[in-house]
Design a protein around this ligand. Sequence first.
Ligand SMILES: Cc1cc2nc3c(=O)[nH]c(=O)nc-3n(C[C@H](O)[C@H](O)[C@H](O)COP(=O)(O)OP(=O)(O)OC[C@H]3O[C@@H](n4cnc5c(N)ncnc54)[C@H](O)[C@@H]3O)c2cc1C
Length: 190
Amino acid sequence: MAAQRVAIIGAGASGLCALKCCLDEGLAPTCFERSGDIGGLWRFEEKPEEGRASIYRSVIINTSKEMMCFSDFPIPDDFPNYMHHSKIMEYFRMYAQRFDLLRHIRFRTSVRRVAKCSAFPTTGCWEVETESEGKHESAIFDAVLVCTGHHSDAHLPLHAFPGTLPCVPAPGMLSSFPRLFTALSPLAEP
Ligand SMILES: Cc1cc2nc3c(=O)[nH]c(=O)nc-3n(C[C@H](O)[C@H](O)[C@H](O)COP(=O)(O)OP(=O)(O)OC[C@H]3O[C@@H](n4cnc5c(N)ncnc54)[C@H](O)[C@@H]3O)c2cc1C
């Protein structure tokens, strides 16, 4: 029997370990990542792409390396206990290399739509529509893992609060947080 096909959306920390676990289980995963690299919001760039959340220049993770590491891939002994974001990226790259994950990732490919196939009641399959450099494609998968993160789009439950706000964040404001924090942070890049 052919291996079950799994679409994984996003190649951040969650997408990478989802990919590795699918391979462990003998599944046939394809990971779609809309940016050109792994790491999700841990990949710092002075000008992050619109729509991708990002940490800011001075971020050091607030989780110890023993608590945060993938259980099957310990963080090297010579890495600091609380790591600068550059070390986190280094660790993610080591993880991707160790388990040969990159060849399963389609970079610069956005998932535009996920819908149940017409035969879903009998097959349980999903139709996944992607877009890469203007080219639209559609493929059928047995399962979909959504690893898109949750820091890109602001959720503002304004209707739940009485009164008015002095200002309402404009769309896209969240992705300019890195620049704001960089400007405010007293910590320099190590
Ligand atoms: C400023 C900041 C500081 C943080 N600090 C800590 C910390 O100290 N400790 C901690 O444990 N956690 C921290 N976090 C939490 C952080 O969310 C997690 O550590 C982790 O990065 C989440 O990984 P993820 O893979 O779920 O999402 P992300 O890292 O956001 O990755 C999502 C990926 O999905 C891709 N994607 C999104 N939509 C699509 C689409 N439609 N098609 C294709 N690809 C898509 C994106 O390009 C991205 O690469 C912090 C978050 C922020 C914002």
